[in-house]
Ligand binder design. Structure first.
Ligand code: NAD
Length: 393
């Protein structure tokens, strides 16, 4: 049975089909374990009344070996049809005319929000003194900014043509070394900003979070990043003035470099973050490092209008760990938790996060985390998965 979008709400059947991409490299290890844990949590939370029927679709190396294509059309179609899906990490093909499979998925389904919740779990060692103060949800714009990939390599006819346009038609005189410069274009639009900021504010209100901070570099890039700030505030005033007046939500902004500093000094001041694509990239990694690193950071790509959402491990295929039963499945597992929450299956989600926290407090984790815990007990990937199921029992 399919998830549908009805009257602005997701309708999730009790027996729901969820497409998944296993993923390359360590994807083959973490995906089966996460499915098993999710199945157990759902069965336990709803006494068998709800269940997920997993539907495998191909992408990456596995797809290439089976079909000769890195991202078969059928995979995109299935994600389009079933609305909500999940994916393991994918190898980025080199020289295949596709920049990245992840980017192709995001663009095809217009998944304009990259959602990254960052919270600390008791028991996990952190490089900062008070990681419990870090509790933020990042809304990173996913379709604009320099990620559109409009750039020209120095010395090419295209770069020369663009330079001629800049100097000849636009009267630009301040390029320091014009002949040896590469050029890039940074589009940031009103609509792109508004839908991202709207999604962030709605999320904050729904989850009773008290602020949304617009993070930008508008002091330097006045019309792109400054535009993001101004259009964000204008949208908030136009669409959420009642909630702001009632004190339910505060909208504020901070310049990106100051924000990175403040995340270390006063992280408790921030809750929901709305930011542009490149800032969001840096911010997600820094905050992830503050609460335990790459093996435990979940993420999702979402279009809140159509309902399409692809939940994913945020790390890559970790070829150095593949096949060694040491990789941490927590990133994909917490992404599965986000997926359950998105579907409204919060009870199952909570069972998993509680079990994970208990395991970390008991100092039982995969070696990437256990090695930093005092007397940490490193578990293999499979054994960590078994431990989580045991703790839910
Ligand atoms: P990576 O994330 O695979 O690995 C970076 C480092 O982090 C490695 O040392 C790895 O061992 C470690 N690491 C990653 N995930 C871990 C986990 N779950 N538990 C413990 N340690 C973990 O990045 P990379 O090496 O730059 O990229 C490898 C491949 O993955 C490339 O083909 C790249 O294009 C692809 N990639 C895919 C995605 C994605 O599908 N979302 C994201 C990033 C990179």
């Amino acid at each position: 049975m399919k998830i549908t979008k009805e009257n602005d709400r997701l309708a999730v059947p009790a027996k729901v089909t969820v497409p998944f991409i296993e993923g390359d490299g360590v994807g083959r290890e973490i995906t089966p374990i996460c499915r098993e844990i999710v199945d157990y949590a759902v069965a336990k939370a709803y006494s068998g009344r709800r269940a997920i029927e997993w539907k495998e679709v191909l992408a990456g190396e596995k797809a290439f070996n089976a079909t000769g294509r890195w991202l078969p059309e059928e995979t995109l179609e299935t994600f389009r049809e079933y609305l909500v899906g999940i994916k393991g990490p994918l190898t980025t093909p080199v020289g295949e005319g596709i920049r990245s499979l992840n980017v192709a998925l995001r663009q095809t389904l217009d998944l304009y929000v990259c959602l990254r919740p960052v919270r600390w779990f008791r028991g996990v060692e952190s490089p900062v003194k008070a990681p419990q103060k870090v509790n933020m949800v990042i809304f990173r714009e996913n379709t604009e900014d320099i990620y559109t990939g409009i750039e020209w390599q120095q010395g090419t006819p295209e770069a020369r043509k663009f330079l001629q346009f800049l100097t000849g038609e636009m009267g630009i005189k301040k390029i320091r070394f014009p002949e040896t410069s590469s050029f890039g274009v940074k589009p940031v639009s009103v609509e792109g900003t508004e839908r991202l900021v709207r999604a962030a504010i709605r999320y904050a209100l729904k989850n009773q979070l008290d602020s949304v901070t617009l993070v930008h570099k508008g002091n330097i890039m006045k019309y792109t990043e400054g535009g993001f700030k101004n259009w964000g505030y204008a949208l908030a005033e136009r669409e959420f003035s009642e909630e702001i007046a009632a004190g339910k939500i505060t909208i504020k902004d901070v310049i990106a470099d100051a924000f990175l500093q403040n995340t270390l000094l006063t992280p408790e001041k921030y809750s929901v973050i709305a930011t542009l694509n490149l800032n969001g990239d840096y911010i997600s990694d820094q905050l992830a490092a503050m609460v335990g690193g790459i093996g435990i950071a979940p993420g999702a790509n979402i279009n809140y209008e159509s309902g399409h959402a692809v939940f994913e491990a945020t790390h890559g295929t970790a070829p150095d760990l593949a096949g060694k039963n040491t990789v941490n499945p927590s990133s994909l597992l917490l992404s599965s938790v986000m997926m359950l929450e998105y579907m409204g299956w919060n009870e199952a989600a909570t069972l998993i996060t509680k079990a994970m926290e208990t395991s970390f407090v008991n100092r039982e984790a995969t070696s990437d985390l256990a090695r930093f815990m005092p007397n940490g007990k490193p578990l293999g990937t499979v054994q960590f998965g078994e431990k989580i199921i045991q703790l839910m029992h």
